[in-house]
Write a protein that binds this ligand. Structure first.
Ligand code: CP
Ligand code: NVA
Length: 305
């Protein structure tokens, strides 16, 4: 791969993304072939926000590849406070073969990558969540048998997960629609990227304040929490603003008849999605969660070998 790090989907070519997804599918089918692939290698996992899936999937994933992980909690490292970001990177690179970071500002993972000679993997920032999008497209490949031409409708906040899904749609020839309240559209940087580098696919991207328009003809209906980690103080206000964008049976009925429901999790039943939808046979949320493990093994294998 061109990039030594895994910071955002837009850093990768369509071919590289397809290869990672194919390798994730291969590793899921034949985990026994890769049990020594990263033998003795270590992954530092630096968390400044909570996690269930990211922590467990990276931890189990590196172990299944023959390596091991070290969990560094928010209070331990205190990036940029106890020690500068550059110094944290320059220490870790002397001791481990990979660094996974979950943090707030995206500039933090970029700075870590600038100072680290070992791969830095973005385990979520306020700007993007590339591991999630990769696992989601692996899931779409499994469920729909194709990626190109698929329409993915994202309902809710134009947040980190939405941006990563948009980048992946643009790279892989899928259509993306965002149905969101006014003022909660994608970050200006994402829109500028779409105009410039994603220009050929810009016409396949729809941003609307009408949830019904967003889900029309959708193969995938996707949502995420209305208040992301770090936005807890806005949670109550957001509940009112986002209510019309809840994915319920009535809204899902406006998508294609065989549309599936996706969510990166954690989910809040009764807010962004109803229990009837997320707990129905049309929901593939736990398949998405499982695929974090497989596709991140593919990412670690490709970067840390
Ligand atoms: N989807 C996801 O990243 O889950 P966690 O926040 O539990 O890691
Ligand atoms: N948008 C959510 C995703 C959690 C996996 C957040 O950043 O909290």
């Amino acid at each position: 791969m061109q990039s030594r790090h895994f910071l955002t989907i837009r850093d990768f070519s369509p071919g590289e993304l397809r290869e990672l997804i194919a390798l994730g599918i291969e590793m899921k089918a034949h985990p026994e072939r890769y049990t020594q692939a990263l033998e003795g290698k270590s992954l530092a996992m630096l968390f400044e926000k909570p996690s269930l899936r990211t922590r467990v999937s990276f931890d189990v994933g590196i172990q299944q590849l023959g390596g091991f992980s070290l969990y560094l909690s928010p209070s331990e490292v205190s990036l940029g406070k106890r020690e500068s970001i550059a110094d944290v990177a320059r220490n870790l690179e002397r001791m481990v073969q990979g660094i996974m970071v979950r943090t707030f500002a995206h500039s933090i993972v970029e700075e870590m990558a600038r100072y680290s000679h070992v791969p830095v993997i973005n385990g979520l920032t306020d700007f993007s969540h590339p591991c999630q999008a990769l696992a989601d497209f692996m899931t779409i490949q499994e469920v729909k048998g194709r990626l190109s031409g698929i329409k993915l409708a994202f309902l809710g906040d134009g947040n980190n997960v939405a941006s990563s899904l948009l980048f992946t749609c643009a790279r892989l020839g899928a259509r993306f629609a965002l149905g969101c309240p006014k003022g909660y559209e994608l970050k200006p940087e994402v829109l500028r990227w779409l105009e410039k580098d994603g220009a050929s696919t810009a016409d396949a991207c729809l941003i609307t304040n009408d949830p019904t328009e967003a889900v029309k003809d959708a193969d995938i209906v996707y949502t995420d929490v209305w208040a992301s980690m770090g936005q807890e103080a806005q949670a109550e206000e957001r509940k009112g603003v986002f209510r019309p964008y809840q994915v319920n049976e009535a809204l899902l009925a406006r998508a294609k008849g065989d549309a599936v429901f996706m969510h990166c999790l954690p989910a809040h039943r009764g807010e962004e999605v109803t229990a009837e939808v997320i707990d129905s046979p049309r929901s593939v949320v736990f398949q998405q969660a499982e695929n974090r493990l497989h596709v991140q093994k593919a990412v670690m294998f490709s970067l840390m070998r």
